[in-house]
Design a protein around this ligand. Structure first.
Ligand code: SF4
Length: 629
């Protein structure tokens, strides 16, 4: 079924659901596409027009804006990402933010006939939205309210069939836990506290059933490019998440199958795993939620393997963001050891951190906001204000409202000093760009046969993807403004086209003659899908970057102060890596630089920032775009 096409790849319609008056309507996505492409770009533009700065996250006037990009669901490799934009209760201070669902929901929404959904208002009782192609209903959710995510999913699939795709919140979302997550089909999750925003609207779930198709301008070309992208995307395969390997218990996990998102053949950590060689402990797992609670980090060597197996299940079922949980458990452990938090005052068995008993009580207390859990439910950056100064002092400066600073430290990778502060959240796709290539470079140095990224290749990649060979000398300040811009532009495009950052960009490869990937490939896919010239992609990224800048400034961002990285970067020398070894990065030519011990030079950073404003075409004094939106 063709859905009234205005261009290939897009459907042309966005669904609006007003929960206050139970009205649904649609509007055209075409005018938004003209300047903002799709996904994060279009969602941010709708936010700019419809969510005034004074609106608070839990006001009915806040909106949740879900939008797909033109590549989602077309069969292009790893084109699965649906953006969600709204005012986030998790951001600090509360502000505009963006998150993403991978998996299947974005594709299903397109197949149902919509590029996106705008959810606004507040229902008078718990409801869920049912989208069954053109039929849209707001239904009572009394049988789901108070239920965990997996229990709700079961109710949904019993009622609407196994093939129905869903987005649901858990009890934590209902209780407006700021760090709650929404869970979607095939274990996809959404952070930024948008689940709490759903809860504030009395919206328990969105169920989607779509039977349409997504039009592609040149299907043969798309197939050819997709084959080519699979070919050249053969890269270093990290099957087991890094922290589990570091814990010395990597042998307890084996990959026994794939857990990919819609039509994605890429290799990532989303897999089916078997735990401890036990056939009763086999399940699909994804990314970082596998790692937030590793018993062996807390000296519980005799803890059964089940604790590791159920850790991600419980995080998803209680629906709490696992980066936050990882930061939190480390802090609770440190406070308990230092004697500034006790079992008695928290009501939590802190002496049993690392056990299943602690895990369950801890997550339950947050999700239900019980006792000390009510403080933790505000998120660590806000909980800080409610604990003793001794406990405050034990909080790591790396803690961020969403995610964690310094995953790939700015003191080692200078371009990141510009990239981190520009966002309302830690956005890992930005950090992955250099981070993944640097990881492959590190592997090449220790085991050359496992990675093609020598220092020479690293510099060639820098030239092709980050603007200059100088950008490949990671700890110098030369070429880093341009590198930051190139990386941001590319990621904003991915987020707006719908491309997953575990595959894109294909920057290095085992299967190209010089081991450099293809920087033009996203543009080629865009043209095959839409039939349009990829030359406009540069303008799109500029528009979306400027738009986000304007939104953040309108909501109170202070420039230039907020563009500086956190103070510890300037005063505390970078430490060793997790194995206690010096951190090394590629320097110029064949040089290897030891970054351990480095801080960011404040004057050099200030000059870098000025250069960044200049290259962006922003006012050098105000740091603002000249153009009106
Ligand atoms: S690379 Fe992994 S997370 Fe990304 S779309 Fe493919 S399966 Fe999903």
């Amino acid at each position: 079924m063709n859905r009234g096409l205005f261009m290939h790849g897009m459907i042309g319609k966005i669904l609006r659901v007003n929960l206050s008056n139970s009205k649904t309507s649609t509007f055209s996505s075409e005018p938004y596409f003209e300047h903002y492409l799709g996904g994060r770009g279009i969602a941010s533009r709708i936010y700019w027009e419809e969510v005034p700065p004074e609106v608070k996250p839990f006001d009915p006037e806040n909106k949740l804006i879900f939008v797909n990009g033109p590549l989602v669901g077309t069969g292009a490799q790893a084109a699965t990402i649906m953006a969600v934009v709204g005012k986030s209760p998790c951001a600090f201070p509360e502000s505009y933010c963006y998150g993403f669902f991978a998996g299947y929901v974005g594709t299903e929404l397109k197949k149902a006939g919509y590029d996106g959904i705008v959810v606004e208002g507040c229902a008078s009782e718990p409801v869920y939205i049912l989208i069954d192609d053109s039929k849209v209903e707001i239904r009572k959710a009394s049988s789901m309210w108070g239920k965990s995510t997996y229990s709700t999913a079961e109710i949904i699939q019993k009622e609407h069939g196994e093939s129905a795709k869903y987005i649901t919140i858990g009890v934590s979302g209902e209780k407006k836990v700021r760090t709650s997550i929404a869970l979607a089909s095939y274990e996809s999750t959404l952070s930024c506290g948008f689940a709490a925003v759903m809860g504030s609207k009395n919206l328990k779930a969105i169920v989607i059933k779509g039977s349409g198709t997504i039009s592609v301008a040149d299907p043969d070309k798309l197939k050819e490019l997709t084959r080519y992208s699979y070919d050249i995307s053969k890269r270093v395969h990290l099957a087991i998440p890094p922290q589990i390997l570091h814990s010395g218990h990597g042998h307890l996990l084996e990959v026994v199958g794939k857990g990919n998102c819609f039509k994605c053949g890429s290799t990532c950590i989303r897999n089916v795993y078997r735990y401890g060689k036990r056939d009763d402990l086999v399940a699909m797992r994804r990314c970082q939620s596998m790692e937030y609670y590793l018993p062996w980090f807390y000296g519980k060597d005799d803890e059964p393997i089940e604790t590791l197996f159920y850790e991600p299940v419980l995080a998803n079922d209680y629906a709490i963001e696992s980066f936050e949980l990882e930061n939190m458990v480390r802090w609770l452990y440190a406070c308990h050891k230092a004697g500034c938090l006790t079992d008695k005052e928290t009501g939590l068995p802190l002496s049993k951190i690392g056990t299943m008993e602690f895990l369950k009580k801890w997550l339950h207390s947050i999700a239900y906001r019980e006792g000390f859990g009510d403080i933790l439910a505000e998120g660590l950056v806000r909980a800080k204000e409610k604990v003793s100064s001794k406990c405050q002092a034990l909080l790591s400066p790396l803690i961020a409202p969403i995610g964690r600073h310094d995953l790939a430290p700015s003191r080692a990778i200078v371009a990141h000093a510009l990239i981190y502060p520009m966002e309302p959240r830690i956005h890992q796709p930005l950090i992955h760009q250099i981070g993944f290539v640097k990881g492959a470079w590190g592997l090449n140095r220790s085991q050359p046969s496992l990675s093609p990224v020598s220092t020479k290749v690293f510099h060639k990649i820098a030239k092709a993807f980050w603007g200059s060979e100088e950008a490949g000398d990671l700890s110098s300040y030369e070429g880093k403004s341009l590198a930051a811009i190139k990386i941001q532009n590319r990621v904003y495009l991915h987020d707006s086209l719908g491309l997953c950052n575990f595959t894109w960009p294909i920057d290095y490869s085992f299967n190209t003659p010089n081991h450099v990937g293809d920087p033009e490939l996203e543009g080629k896919l865009y043209s095959a899908v839409t039939g349009l010239d990829a030359g406009k992609l540069g303008e799109y990224s500029k528009n979306i970057v400027n738009l986000q800048r304007a939104i953040l400034v309108r909501e109170g961002r202070k420039i230039p102060e907020a563009d500086y990285p956190p103070e510890f970067n300037f005063i505390e020398p970078l430490g060793a890596d997790p194995h206690g070894r010096p951190v090394t990065v590629p320097g110029s030519d064949e040089e290897v630089v030891i970054a351990t011990g480095k801080v960011i030079d404040r004057n050099k950073f200030t000059n870098l920032l000025k250069e960044y404003y200049h290259l962006r075409g922003w006012n050098p004094e105000t740091g603002l775009p000249y153009e009106r939106l």
